[in-house]
Each structure stands twice: as C-alpha cells, then as structure tokens.
Design a protein around this ligand. Structure first.
Ligand SMILES: [Zn+2]
Length: 361
C-alpha cells in the first residue's frame, strides 16, 4: 500500500479531505489515500481477481446493495440506458462506430446496435464478457483498452459510464481513447462529481449523497467539473458539455470533444430510428420511458399538491381549535360575570329587605 500516491495531474503535495481521501488543491480532484496494488486493475483470474466474477455476483450486491447482474440486465434497459440513449442521439446519429468501456451486462451495447450503431463493448472479466455475449449477443472485447489491437482514428464515439473513477492512470487511458477517435469523434463520460466548496464534515452533517461515492476499494480519483475540464483540455479535448446526469445527486454526465458539437433535435433521432425494425423497438422504449417520466413528474406534482392541501387542512383545524378555546374562555367569563351579577342582586335584595323592615318600625 502506498499512501502517498500522486494525483493524476502530477501533484504530490495533497491536502487531507476525509478519512479515505486526499484533495489535490492543484486540480481539485479527490485522491484515494490507500492505493490498491497494481494487480487490482486487470482480470487475469476471474475466480480471484477484484474485478472478476465475484465483483458482480457478490461484491456490489453485498457491499453497495445493488441489484444482481441478472436484475440489472433487465431493469437498466428502460431506466439508465434510455437516459444515455437520449443523450447519445442528441450528439451522434446512427450509423456510427462506438465502443463502451466497462459495459457490464452489455444491455446498452445491444440497444446501441438496435438503434443502428456499429457498437461494441469492453470488459475486463472474461466471465462478464461471456455473460454479455450470451445475454445480448453483442460484440465484446476483453481486457484493458490499452491491450486492444484497435486502429487509431477508427471510432466515432467512446462511452464511459462509471469507469473514469476506477482508472489507476486516467490520463494514459483517456489519451488512448482519444487516439482511437476519428477526427470528429467524441466521448461521453459519466462519473461522480466532487462538489467543490463542501467540507467532509458538512457532507456528513447533511447526509450528502455524494458520500455514497467514497468507495475506497475502487474509486481512486473522484473528479470535479474543474478537474475534468483540465484533464481533457490537456488531452486536446477542450469542449465539455455537461448534460443532466440520471443520478444528479452525485454524478456528472459530460460530452467530451476536441471540437465544437452541434446537437441534433429529438425529431432527427426519431426519424433515423424509425427507418428499421430494431430502431422502432428502441424508439418505443424511449417513448415508454418518456411517458413513465412524465407520469412520475405528474405524480410528484399531485403528491406535493395533496401535501399542501393536507397542511392547509391541519392549519384550519388548529385555527378552529384556537377559536373553540377562545369561545370557551369567553363563555366561562360570561358565566362567572353572570354568577357575580346574581350574587350582587341577591345581596341588594336582602339589603333592601332589611332596610324596609327597619323603616316600618
Ligand atoms: Zn491534481
């Protein structure tokens, strides 16, 4: 274990941030304190290596409470995959050659193929590669991107969903990906976003969801927007477009390009998808996902309205109780005055009776 691993930017003088992370003040990246051994970063033996079979079958389910791979291979398609697809189509229309690093079960690679892309996936674990091939019948590469025999300038789009934070040498790996891109190619990067200006103590106090990204077994560098811009600017890709992330509480979702990009309209994407049968299925999934999101939005709106009405009713109830108590107090006062009045009357009556009998004598 080397507890003073330098930042990706080269800085070795790092500031304490949390029990598990340093902060690099030079580039604003969080750097893991206890750096794992180098063999952690590849899979040679699926049975024993960190990112081997057990990572998916037990590590992420037991330690992070994530669903099983089989569940993910079913549920992700109409959830995060639709969010990703919508953003891919905004910047890149089929046909185009794409590669997804760390594609997991391969469901998104399949959707990309059905959308009309010439898509492939890459995973470290041979077991997972076989899983993706058998579950979705997608083209897969095995091992790190550095080990692949791919032509430079051959890809239109490289996708990294939850990959960057796991890389021991993000500059070299991203440099390699940049070399694989065609001159007008670009990348999409989803990674946790270190929110600047918040201390660790504040995060703990506020139960900040970003803390879920402190995974010292595997999240080596946690980038901020600033450090992401710096990394890719240094690699010759200074155009970064920050799109909404599906998990916006802690992630950033960024289009990274060497040149300026002009987005396509949703209609343009739809027209391309409707040209072939599998594309129609993808469009139907996108439509269903949009309808689902709209229903959730309406449900939340109605729920908020219901809550507001309930609050108003509670306030009205409290006001009625107040008025009732006030009425009761006034009644008690009146009854008391009435009793006093009667007592006075009785006293006056008995006094005048006494005076009358005296006068008669
Ligand atoms: Zn740094």
């Amino acid at each position: 274990m080397n507890s003073t691993h330098p930042c990706w930017c080269g800085q070795t003088d790092l500031t304490d941030f949390s029990p598990e992370y340093f902060c690099c003040e030079n580039c604003q990246t969080l750097v893991l304190k206890n750096w794992p051994p180098a063999e952690r970063f590849d899979v040679i033996d699926d049975a024993s290596d960190f990112y081997g079979r057990s990572y998916y079958e037990s590590h992420v389910t037991e330690n992070y409470g994530l669903p099983s791979l089989a569940k993910r291979a079913r549920n992700d398609l109409n959830e995060r995959c639709m969010h990703w697809m919508r953003t891919v189509l905004k910047y890149c229309l089929p046909p185009a050659r794409t590669l997804e690093l760390g594609c997991g079960h391969g469901g998104f690679v399949a959707l990309m193929c059905w959308a009309g892309f010439d898509a492939a996936g890459l995973e470290l674990s041979p077991w997972l590669v076989e899983y993706a091939k058998s579950a979705f019948g997608v083209p897969m590469l095995t091992g790190t991107i550095e080990k692949q025999n791919l032509e430079p300038d051959s890809l239109d789009l490289v996708l990294h969903f939850d990959v960057l934070e796991h890389l021991p040498d993000p500059r070299t790996t991203m440099q390699r990906c940049m070399e694989l891109l065609k001159p007008d190619g670009f990348m999409i990067v989803q990674t946790p976003c270190f929110p600047l200006g918040r201390t660790y103590e504040e995060m703990v106090r506020n139960k900040d969801r970003f803390l879920e990204q402190f995974k010292p077994a595997e999240h080596l560098y946690i980038f901020s927007r600033q450090s992401l811009v710096r990394l890719f600017s240094e690699l010759g890709a200074p155009f970064l477009y920050f799109e909404p992330a599906i998990f916006n509480d802690y992630d950033m979702f960024t289009i990274v390009s060497a040149h300026e990009l002009s987005p396509h309209t949703e209609q343009e994407g739809t027209e391309v998808l409707l040209r072939h049968p599998e594309g129609r299925i993808v469009q139907a999934l996108l439509d269903a996902n949009a309808q689902h999101k709209e229903l959730v939005r309406r449900y939340e709106e109605i729920d908020a309205d219901r809550e507001a009405r309930l609050q108003a009713l509670r306030q009205a109830g409290a006001r009625i109780e107040e008025i009732e108590a006030d009425r009761e107090a006034r009644l008690q006062k009146l009854l008391k005055m009435d009793a006093l009045y009667k007592a006075m009357e009785e006293r006056l009556a008995s006094k005048s009776a006494a005076d009358g009998s005296g006068a008669a004598r």
